[in-house]
Design a protein around this ligand. Structure first.
Ligand code: IPE
Ligand code: IPE
Ligand code: MG
Length: 249
């Protein structure tokens, strides 16, 4: 395929512009090999690298959102949380040059303020250095929970209403979307969850209202580019109706 973006393509191509992934199964991958859970997280980084690279090669994908750490994941043992934070910092530092070279713009969603200071510094730096990337926006969901995100948005909107800047009667869906962490991004077209679990676990509840969901038993550390292509192929077979009649007219 040439360098055309999806917006230039005929509608019938039906290719996802925003792919979001719930990367699950690192712990099970490790356990099945008699290894500590942390090794599963470490191995999962290889899948992340491969999927980012593949997405930069697919012209129709403009956004890749990866659920990396949920606001509920603090419930895990401190040792695992600390390891995940270290892994995140190392990933950002190691991938920085490659991201710049490949036109990847790094962003985050989630309550980043709740992350340790040293992690925030690295995230800020990565975002700053990659800000001109125009091939793919890589969005990491960190300390992310959809309900918490909506609560933060509601607080901002309520603040504006209380100070008389807006009238509650005029608040629209677009106004709410504009206060979410994903403001300015298109909504996810395809949400993939690995490791056989069929739930959203507080991921993009508002934004994925009409996303196509794809579940696979493959554990995240085993997830490779061919699995991404299987998901995209499946997506292209779906008829998105958005409440209308789609192709059944
Ligand atoms: C996903 O793998 C990674 C994170 C949630 C950080 P898990 O660690 O949840 O793996 P399982 O579900 O225990 O196998
Ligand atoms: C969802 O996976 C969060 C991430 C992938 C970061 P979990 O493993 O935390 O989800 P549950 O607990 O099985 O719902
Ligand atoms: Mg899990």
């Amino acid at each position: 395929m040439t360098g055309r973006r999806q917006t230039d393509m005929p509608e019938s191509k039906n290719l996802p512009k925003h792919v979001a992934i719930i990367m699950d199964g690192n712990g099970r991958w490790a356990r099945s090999r008699g290894l500590p859970r942390l090794r599963g997280h470490q191995k999962g980084i290889e899948s992340i690298r491969e999927i980012i690279t593949e997405c930069t090669k697919l012209d129709h994908i403009e956004y890749l959102t990866l659920y990396a750490f949920s606001s509920e994941n603090w419930k895990r043992p401190q040792k695992e949380v600390d390891f995940l934070m270290r892994l995140l910092k190392r990933f950002c530092r190691q991938e920085l040059k490659t991201m710049v070279k490949n036109g990847v713009k790094f962003t985050t969603i989630g309550a980043v303020r709740g992350l340790p200071e040293d992690v925030r510094v690295v995230l800020d730096e990565t975002g700053r250095v990659t800000k001109d990337g125009d091939k793919l926006t890589l969005c990491l969901a960190l300390n992310y929970g959809s309900r918490g995100e909506i609560v933060r948005a509601v607080r901002k909107i309520a603040g504006k209403a209380a100070s008389g800047k807006i009238s509650p009667r005029t608040i629209s869906e677009d106004d709410i979307s504009a206060e979410l962490d994903t403001a300015g991004m298109s909504e996810p077209d395809l949400v993939i969850r690995t490791a056989g679990e069929m739930r959203l676990s507080n991921f993009l509840l508002w934004q994925a209202s009409y996303a196509e969901l794809y579940f696979t038993d493959v554990l995240w550390p085993d997830f490779r580019r061919e699995h991404l292509h299987e998901a995209i192929d499946d997506y292209t077979q779906r008829v998105r109706k958005f409440g209308g009649l789609g192709e059944d007219r």
